[in-house]
Design a protein around this ligand. Structure first.
Ligand SMILES: Nc1ncnc2c1ncn2[C@@H]1O[C@H](COP(=O)(O)OP(=O)(O)O)[C@@H](O)[C@H]1O
Ligand SMILES: [Mg+2]
Length: 366
């Protein structure tokens, strides 16, 4: 059984060691997303509901995710990250576009087929406490997916397999009969991760999985995600509202604004040479762990609020808050494409690299 091994003493492994041990992503595409959209109807009236518009929560997002790869998805609250995650999980039906998991189109699948396919993609949520039934023991929570998918047990002993899963995520297997309230926040997140791994998925959607945790615990949980990735070749869509959280774990980062991807590139491209003004603004606001970097970065303060996704601005959606906006930005929508001399995708008419955080030394990790 491949999910065995790994002691609960290994979790605090130093981050750098884990990173070095992480193999490069393979060429095998596990998730193919093309121009996917989700519009929620806005209704008025109590008895006779009239649709008066649509919330364009996700409005044309495309990317490939490879085996063993982590795509970080970043953007302010309300930009559509969770809706995107739910679309990938098949929990929302796309208004338009295509999502292929392991080469199979998810749209239009019958419930039974969807259930089978869904074994391969699982979700880890921000607040495991609200998703963990307080009346169930940890063993029942982690083993529950076997109720729907008994064949996933492959004849193994359920209790033993669950104990191995607890061990794998750094929990004491002897605590299998405890209840969620008997664990700390970080441990509860480990329970959520164990449960997501029960059916041995290929892809994990992690929707702000560390946002509610203390900073010190965040690093431990991120390390756990990295160890599991290198052990099982898992692919992650790792959602966060802050660029600093996804930096360490991401191979590539997609920045979202009002339902659209505005920039997509590898870690170095996004953090050292962002070309979209929105990414530059987000980067200028991240907490800096190294005090020597304070005062060595540009401060970009965004004007105004995020416009409503029910009525996004014409042309470039970011233009109402952009200091570089010109007439063309209201008239013409900038597509996500390779721009300027940069090698990565950006959706800005005036895309240009900007060094937001000026490194202290050559090779210094900002
Ligand atoms: N079920 C729903 N019905 C109507 N609007 C929704 C629904 N789910 C999300 N939205 C709206 O879609 C937008 C994106 O939400 P969400 O995906 O939760 O963003 P994020 O996770 O980035 O904070 C928000 O404006 C939100 O209010
Ligand atoms: Mg969200």
């Amino acid at each position: 059984m491949p999910l065995l091994g790994g002691g609960h003493g290994q979790v605090s492994t130093h981050a750098a060691e884990v990173q070095d041990a992480t193999p490069a992503p393979s060429d095998e595409v596990v998730l193919e997303v093309r121009d996917v959209k989700k519009y929620f109807p806005l209704t008025q009236g109590i008895v006779f509901k009239r649709t008066i518009g649509h919330v364009k929560a996700v409005d044309g997002v495309s990317f490939d995710l490879r085996k063993g790869e982590t795509l970080g998805v970043v953007g302010e609250s309300g930009c559509g990250k969770s809706t995107l995650g739910r679309l990938l999980m098949g929990l929302e039906t796309p208004t338009d576009g295509s999502i292929k998991l392991l080469g199979r189109e998810m749209a239009g699948l019958k419930q039974k087929e969807m259930r089978k396919l869904r074994r391969d993609i699982q979700i880890v949520l921000q607040d495991p406490y609200s998703s963990l039934d307080p009346r169930m023991t940890v063993g029942d929570i982690v083993g529950e997916p076997y109720d729907l998918h008994p064949d996933a047990l492959e004849g193994g002993d359920r209790r033993k397999t669950v104990m191995d899963l607890l061990d794998l995520v750094g929990l004491n297997p002897d605590h299998i009969n405890r209840y969620p309230h008997q664990f700390s926040g970080g441990q509860r997140q480990r329970i959520g991760i164990a449960r997501a791994l029960t059916l041995r998925p290929r892809v994990l959607v992690c929707d702000e999985p560390v946002s509610a945790l203390d900073v010190s615990v965040q690093a431990q949980v991120v390390n756990l995600f990295e160890r599991l990735q290198s052990e099982f070749g898992l692919a992650y869509v790792f959602i966060a509202h802050d660029l600093s959280v996804v930096r360490h774990i991401s191979d590539r980062v997609m920045v979202m604004y009002l339902g659209k991807a505005v920039e997509l590139g590898n870690e170095d491209e996004i953090y050292s040479g962002p070309t979209h003004p929105y990414t530059q603004a987000l980067l200028s606001a991240v907490p800096l762990p190294d005090p020597r970097l304070k005062g060595r970065r540009d401060h970009i303060i965004l004007q105004g609020d995020v416009p409503s996704p029910a009525n996004p601005p014409s042309g470039c959606r970011f233009r109402t808050r952009c200091w570089q906006a010109e007439d063309v930005c209201a008239e013409e929508e900038p597509l996500l494409q390779i721009r300027d001399r940069s090698a990565h995708l950006s959706a800005c008419h005036f895309a240009a690299e900007r060094d937001v955080i000026h490194a202290v030394d050559e090779g210094q990790d900002a």
